[in-house]
Design a protein around this ligand. Structure first.
Ligand SMILES: [Zn+2]
Length: 232
């Protein structure tokens, strides 16, 4: 194999290794936790706390209603039990019971408000939960696919790297250095094919002598972009 052909083959391997490396980084980035999933999880946690807090409030308010009911019953028992004989005291007591009943109604309203808040936020939580579960399942499926592809990319990269490690030492050291340096300067493309009468890299027309030299054994570069010219 001519030197330029060896370098072209090496470049094909290097391009594959670069492609694997780029895909590897892309997959690694995609394997990070999904942002929408994080936002949903946060919303879900906030709602769970909100529901728990209101359940507690509802319980407290219902206990207050029950205590008030007991207080009224106690007063009514006294009033209707026939224990109190004095008419003025009976009227006072009646007023007292009425006041307790008004408070009772207000307490019941508070307890109902808490119940409604619990029901409403529980419903919202259930909706968020459903969306979160669907998103999480989709995310897990995607992650599994990406993990599979990641392993494949790693295997491919190893194969190309082994091929490269086998091919590179067979190339003359000076030509290899020139190739490496050009690849760095020229965005990974050190060897280009001659396209008709032009450089396949920069497109400029090549002097006839240069094109003819490119068929020989020595390495020939494009006078404009400096890349190595391959004939096949
Ligand atoms: Zn060129």
């Amino acid at each position: 194999m001519r030197l330029i052909e060896q370098l072209a083959a090496l470049q094909a391997l290097d391009a594959q290794i670069d492609r694997c490396r780029q895909r590897y980084h892309e997959i690694q980035a995609a394997l990070q936790p999904a942002e929408t999933l994080q936002a949903l999880a946060l919303r879900r946690k906030g709602l769970q706390e909100h529901v728990a807090q209101w359940q507690q409030t509802q319980k407290q308010r219902e206990q207050a209603v029950a205590a008030q009911t007991a207080k009224i019953q106690e007063q009514e028992k006294l009033l209707y039990g026939g224990m109190i004989k004095d008419a003025r005291e009976q009227v006072n007591m009646q007023h007292n019971i009425e006041a307790l009943q008004r408070q009772h109604a207000a307490l019941e309203e508070d307890a109902l408000a808490a119940l409604l808040e619990v029901e409403q936020s529980s419903a919202t939580l259930a909706e968020v939960e459903q969306v979160w579960q669907a998103e999480a399942a989709a995310w897990r499926r995607q992650q599994a696919l990406l993990q599979g592809e990641l392993q494949q990319v790693i295997q491919e990269a190893r194969k190309f790297k082994a091929e490269r490690d086998g091919a590179a030492p067979k190339i003359a050291a000076q030509a290899l250095r020139q190739y490496e340096s050009l690849r760095q300067q020229k965005n990974g493309v050190a060897v280009v094919k001659i396209d008709g009468a032009s450089c396949g890299g920069c497109g400029s027309l090549l002097p006839t002598a240069r094109r003819q030299q490119a068929y020989g054994d020595d390495l020939v570069t494009c006078p404009i972009c400096g890349r190595l010219l391959a004939t096949t």
